[in-house]
Design a protein. Structure first.
Length: 289
């Protein structure tokens, strides 16, 4: 069974490389689609396309911010290599020029700045890229675990609210026959008070029509059906945020209709409570992948 994943999470991984300490930070928040942005050092810029592909394999939705940085090793960054042969040739050439032109000899710093005299140790770009990709996949795995843990909390909260919605529907359904009878009795009592002659057949037709307008059985049935569908989506797992959001819209529509048909304060209160529960779920569902 697939898990429910939240779109809000954070992950950070680090490792030592020849170039220095490599760090990957991933942060995700809710978004309609998968939207990735990367802040990479120049030496890793070529990996962006590959990083997008890896992200799409593990994540279905969410705004993803990825930052990679390399903190050089102090002792390695300070080391340089001097080309002794190039230095000897340059020294001979500058001595000859100085004798002929009777000018001063270049300083040691000026000599070191001449192209090819000194250089930093060559480091493998392929090795760095391989380490970066491996660390990114490790950070993605950590991120997915964190999203799954948050998703489990969201799933538990929604299931609890769904149980409360089901309870409100059951209470309302139980009271419907009593409320319809009360409405019928009220109309008949009002006619008796007026002490007027009425056509009994016409009266029955009007009472039936009035009962049909106030009958909320269809709305309650649809609420139960949507509740069952929410449970199925949560049980199935995987990327279901959009489906759950649609179901919240359908639940809210039925709750509004229930409220508009209400003929008693108790039914109105039930409808209000339903809308509160639905809104609480809707807010959290925005974070589900």
């Amino acid at each position: 069974m697939a898990k429910i994943h939240s779109m809000t999470a954070f992950a950070r991984e680090s490792s030592n490389t020849e170039q220095g300490v490599l760090t990957v930070e991933l942060r995700t928040v809710n978004h309609r689609y998968l939207d990735c942005s990367f802040k990479l050092p120049e030496s890793l810029r070529a990996l962006e396309t590959r990083l997008r592909e890896l992200s799409a394999r593990r994540l279905a939705r969410g705004k993803v911010d990825c930052m990679m940085r390399i903190q050089p090793h102090p002792e390695r960054s300070a080391s340089v290599e001097i080309n002794q042969e190039q230095l000897k040739q340059l020294a001979a050439a500058t001595n000859s020029v100085a004798r002929v032109m009777e000018t001063r000899k270049p300083t040691a710093l000026e000599v070191l700045q001449f192209p090819g005299v000194c250089s930093a140790p060559e480091q493998s770009e392929d090795a760095l890229h391989k380490a970066a990709l491996g660390l990114f996949e490790q950070a993605l795995a950590t991120l997915a675990d964190n999203r799954a843990r948050e998703g489990q909390k969201l799933s538990e909260m929604i299931n609890e609210r769904i149980r409360q919605v089901e309870a409100e529907v059951a209470v309302t359904r139980k009271r419907v026959p009593e409320l319809l009878q009360q409405q019928r009795d009220k109309v008949i009592a009002r006619i008796d008070e007026l002490d007027v002659e009425v056509d009994q057949g016409r009266l029955e037709q009007e009472l039936v029509h009035l009962s049909q307008k106030a009958d909320v059985d269809e709305e309650l049935d649809r609420l139960d059906a949507h509740v069952a569908e929410v449970r199925r989506a949560l049980d199935k797992g995987g990327p279901c945020g959009r489906r759950l959001d649609f179901l919240m819209q359908e639940l809210n529509r039925e709750a509004n209709t229930l409220s508009s048909k209400s003929t008693s304060s108790s039914t109105t209160q039930n409808a209000v409570e339903l809308k509160v529960l639905i809104e609480q779920m809707r807010e959290q569902i925005q974070n589900i992948e």
